[in-house]
Ligand binder design. Structure first.
Ligand code: NAG
Ligand code: NAG
Length: 374
């Protein structure tokens, strides 16, 4: 009876939020574990950060995160649910962020209908991204998320890179929207939607992306899938660049049922010049390209300081690459397919139904493995 009464009293509203129950009685522990806490307004972030381990459900309703503050939801209790409601906003400061960070086990992060995380990136955009100009905050760190999911989050106008997935295992990101369309003509740059590294079991389903850099970039990790994506405006769906980091192994990545529109590249794999590592068992299946300005398919082993250097090296071999039903058109000034491999460093490729047209045929391809063609 007493327990039931206590449970009935939880459900705290506003920045005043949760009382810290000092007595570690059985009842108060249960109360904390089952409580829903709602945070709102300009004090919502500070209150949520303070009380995050006292709440089993954290509702963030129209929180205005102050400049230079991370909405820090790292170290959540196992099983915590985080729900964004209304419009989440962030104050302006030159800093590297992140604006939001979440970690824990069995965590669910979701956006309720109509919820939006608005980075108002135009305040930082200067066409330079992370290469110079203003220091810009990254948006969302999903680091060390274990057996967790992030669902239906709508991100608008990120200052620079959006989702950083690192040290994750068994993490699903479903129904995510990254809408940086406003950045196309206003200096949005390096606004990668999903950067994945050092993770095992990352499943990204049905994302809708309009940005100004990679739709997906996998730098390292294994057992990664990216399906049902609509990618517009960016640099394509990429593996790499691989090499030169602490983890340089990419293995078992499936990219399936995706469209890539009005982007620099479609399918892209790049490895770093003179580095070591491996790219193994990557599949691109049922990919549709349109309005590609640079390369429909581009695979190169010559990246040096972030740019192609023209001379491939063999330290990061690309093996077991499958392209199946990759089709569509590129601009007339673009190149349909470009493959630049070092001798013996690309093998065991299976290509079928690769039909990219509209652009130029490259005369610079090197060491094309059997099964593929330029
Ligand atoms: C490859 O990754 C998928 C998840 O995308 C997983 O279901 C599958 O078991 C993995 N395959 C191997 C051989 O590990
Ligand atoms: C392909 O992805 C779209 C979303 O872009 C989804 O609606 C559709 O069901 C997917 N098709 C298959 C066969 O998975």
């Amino acid at each position: 009876m007493i327990l039931g009464l206590k449970l009935g009293l939880v459900g705290l509203i506003g920045a005043t939020a949760v009382h810290a129950a000092p007595a570690a009685t059985r009842a108060s522990e249960i109360e904390q574990r089952s409580s829903t806490c709602t945070f709102t307004g300009s004090k919502g972030a500070a209150s949520a950060i303070k009380s995050k381990t006292s709440c089993s459900t954290i509702v963030l309703d129209s929180v205005a995160v102050p400049a230079g503050t991370t909405l820090d939801l790292t170290g959540l209790n196992k099983g915590t649910t985080v729900i964004f409601e209304g419009e989440t906003t962030f104050g302006y400061k030159e800093w590297s962020g992140p604006l939001v960070s979440v970690s824990g086990t069995d965590i669910t992060v979701k956006g309720s209908s109509g919820a939006i995380l608005n980075g108002d990136g135009a305040r930082w955009w200067d066409g330079k991204g992370t290469n110079g100009g203003k220091t810009k905050p990254k948006f969302f760190y999903a680091h060390k998320m274990i057996s967790s999911k992030i669902e239906d989050i709508y991100i608008k106008n990120s200052p620079v890179q959006v989702f950083s997935v690192n040290g994750a295992s068994d993490l699903t990101l479903s129904g995510i929207t990254v809408n940086n369309a406003d950045g196309d003509d206003n200096g949005g740059h390096n606004t990668d939607a999903f950067d994945v590294g050092e993770s095992t079991g990352v499943y990204i389903t049905n994302p809708t992306v309009h940005n100004q850099d990679d739709c997906l970039a996998v730098n390292s990790g294994s057992d990664i899938s990216f399906t049902g994506a609509s990618c517009t405006g960016g640099h394509g769906i990429s593996i790499g660049s691989v090499g030169g980091r602490s983890d340089n192994t990419v293995e078992n990545v499936t990219i399936e049922n995706c469209s890539i529109k009005d982007s620099q590249n479609g399918v892209r794999i790049k490895t770093v010049y003179d580095a070591t590592g491996s790219v193994k068992d990557v599949t691109y299946k049922d990919i549709t390209l349109s309005g590609i300005s640079d390369y429909g398919v581009v695979i190169e082993q010559d990246y040096k300081n972030g740019s192609p250097a023209g001379t491939p090296t063999s330290g990061v071999p690309i093996t077991g690459l499958t392209l199946s039903n990759v089709k569509g058109s590129v601009d007339s000034s673009a190149t349909d397919v470009y493959i630049l491999c070092a001798s013996g460093a690309c093998s065991d490729w299976t290509w079928s139904g690769v039909s990219v047209s509209g652009g130029k045929t490259s005369s610079k391809c090197k060491n094309i493995p059997s099964g593929a063609s330029c």
